[in-house]
Design a binder for this molecule. Structure first.
Ligand code: HEC
Length: 209
């Protein structure tokens, strides 16, 4: 999509969101209150759905299921399955004894979300800050030939030992023609997470050319 088409789309989405917000604030509050009073016990499912609807209105960007959409678009390695931690001898006093299945699931989801965010940036020249419409996947489909397991290693073109993030920036600055990100930039953290995740199972071998 061209950037002018994107701008138009963004404007249209913006106008729709504003209209929905205006419509909600104009809704007759008295009738809502009367109905709420009538229902002695609100149905929990309705309460949850209402909360969700309000949250979506307030967070239109985050409400889109971008994690599932990105996973459908690109092959992404899943994080490790840690369900064994709560089985067998695990009990009170043990390092993982105080955690639940919900915790383990949350860790996996959060980890995967960062990796999926990295995939989104890796495949998008605009998010990379590129100036010539080139994204990483054009030369590294599914993060191939990025060899994160070989870092740190001496990079002759830099004249020093490089970390993975240095090479990511090298490619953003040269083939992609962007500015590059600081080590702490959320985009750099996500790119690193994605590239490393894609090499799941490959043995670490730092310094290898
Ligand atoms: C036009 C093609 C091209 C694009 C686009 C590109 N790269 Fe590269 N990339 C290369 C080449 C060529 C090398 C090898 C450079 C070298 O080792 O001298 C490389 C090397 C790398 C390496 C190190 C690989 C190794 O074996 O050590 C990483 C990591 C990397 N690229 C990440 C990225 C990321 C992230 C992006 C997007 C921001 C990107 N590349 C975009 C061509 C590209």
């Amino acid at each position: 999509m061209s950037s002018s088409a994107k701008k138009t789309l963004a404007t249209v989405v913006g106008v729709i969101v504003v209209c929905i917000l205006v419509a909600c604030t104009q809704a007759p509050r008295s009738s809502v209150a009367a109905e709420a009073a009538k229902a002695a016990k609100p149905d929990p499912q309705t309460v949850v759905t209402d909360h969700m609807a309000q949250w979506k209105l307030k967070n239109p960007e985050r409400a889109k299921n971008w994690v599932e959409e990105e996973k459908e678009r690109h092959k992404i390695q899943p994080p490790a399955d840690n369900s064994h931690l709560l089985k067998g001898e695990q009990g009170k006093g043990h390092a993982y004894g105080n955690y639940t299945e919900k915790d383990i699931l949350m860790w996996a989801r959060e980890t995967e979300k960062l990796v999926v965010e990295g995939s989104r940036i890796f495949h998008n020249a605009d998010l990379l800050g590129g100036t010539i419409g080139v994204s990483c996947d054009m030369c590294h489909p599914d993060a191939s030939n990025t060899h994160p397991e070989t870092y740190p290693k001496f990079q002759p073109q830099m004249g020093r030992v490089a970390l993975l993030r240095d090479m990511i920036n090298w490619c953003i600055q040269h083939p992609v023609r962007g500015k590059g990100f600081s080590g702490d930039d959320p985009k750099m953290r996500a790119l690193e997470a994605y590239i490393i995740a894609q090499r799941k199972g490959v043995a670490m071998d730092y310094g290898k050319h």
